[in-house]
Design a binder for this molecule. Structure first.
Ligand code: C2E
Ligand code: MG
Ligand code: MG
Ligand code: MG
Length: 300
């Protein structure tokens, strides 16, 4: 049932993209209603310390399960929200929801929340973040904001000042999807990020030796290993931490640990789980245990 409704959602959006504006407006109206009716859900995915296997933190990921069309992926609704301005309300909702829950979690793990570049323009982002921290009681030191390279495209004084003011609140800033942007190395110079999240396209094929998988896979793996090694080295010299995204296999996880990456995030460790399931996930987490030995988390 889930599968067919998911297909339905994609078919709907395929049509929406080709039929253009009118359909987009419809999606926009539905997203606005979903926000008003509190129909969006927060999921969280753990990030695991490669030394020791403990949960270091979680990333908050927004889910929209449309009552009729089924699950609609963020890759479809976030760009629409950005275009029509709804991203301000959505961004505030996800940040507040994430901080409110994280404040109650045992073991005080970090919570990472994605920021859209659009949130940097217009409203006072710094005041909004400060108010949410005060309202929820979450210490700023436990909050991490993830921005993509797209955010720094303009490399404007305004953007850099907002980033500096955010950091001055005591939180951390992570660069998301590192390596996929137009001028990745340039951005490392523009701002002192606390963390680099290595895009999952560079994690593909890691740990695949010549004898395993396809020849193409092994070659991609060798090239990716060289790139990941270099990124980790650069990050270390600049005093930044590293997290690898999209870690799906034990081979990738082992290779990343050997390369000295700090943390790993991906289906190998856990899929994103509903925010209410986080305390349970923390309670039953066994550092170092094979993920299969952990209780199966809910599917996203
Ligand atoms: P992201 O911030 O890079 O988040 C990581 C994405 O990778 C998530 O997709 C996550 O579910 C997925 N993922 C995690 N582990 C694996 C894995 O092992 N393999 C694969 N193939 N994928 C994995 P998701 O949840 O669909 O989100 C996509 C993007 O949408 C996010 O990319 C983020 O840029 C954006 N997004 C999601 N929620 C929010 C939000 O509340 N606000 C904003 N501004 N953006 C959001
Ligand atoms: Mg992210
Ligand atoms: Mg990412
Ligand atoms: Mg991404």
């Amino acid at each position: 049932a889930v599968k067919s409704s998911r297909r339905g959602a994609f078919r709907f959006f395929d049509r929406a993209m080709s039929e253009g504006l009118e359909e987009r407006r419809e999606i926009e109206a539905e997203l606005r209603r979903a926000l008003e009716r509190d129909e969006l859900e927060l999921y969280c995915q753990p990030s695991v310390a490669l030394a020791g296997g403990r949960i270091a933190g979680f990333e908050a990921l927004t889910r929209w399960n449309h009552p009729v069309r089924g699950p609609i992926p963020p890759s479809l609704f976030i760009p629409i929200a950005e275009e029509c301005g709804l991203i301000h309300a959505l961004g505030q909702w996800s940040l507040e929801e994430a901080c409110r829950h994280a404040a109650t979690w045992p073991g005080s793990p970090r919570i990472a929340v994605n920021l859209s570049p659009v949130q940097f323009a217009g409203q006072d982002l710094v005041a909004m973040v400060r108010q949410i921290l005060t309202r929820t009681g979450l210490p700023a030191s436990r909050l991490e904001l993830e921005i993509t390279e797209q955010m720094l495209l303009d490399n404007s004084e305004h953007t850099r000042r907002v980033l500096r003011d955010l950091k001055a609140l005591g939180l951390r800033i992570a660069m998301d999807d590192f390596g996929t942007g137009y001028s990745s190395l340039n951005y490392l110079r523009a701002f002192p990020f606390d963390k680099i999240k290595i895009d999952r396209s560079f994690v593909a094929g890691l740990g695949e030796g010549p004898g395993s998988g396809t020849r193409d896979g092994a070659q991609t793996g060798a090239h990716n290993a060289a790139i990941v090694r270099a990124v980790i080295e650069i990050a270390r010299s600049l005093g930044m931490h590293t997290t690898a995204e999209g870690v799906e296999t034990p081979e990738q996880n082992r290779a990343l640990a050997a390369l000295g990456c700090d943390e790993a995030q991906g289906y190998f460790h856990s899929r994103p789980v509903p925010v209410a399931a986080v305390p349970g996930l923390i309670a039953q987490w066994k550092p170092g245990a094979a993920p299969a030995a952990r209780a199966a988390p809910a599917q996203p």
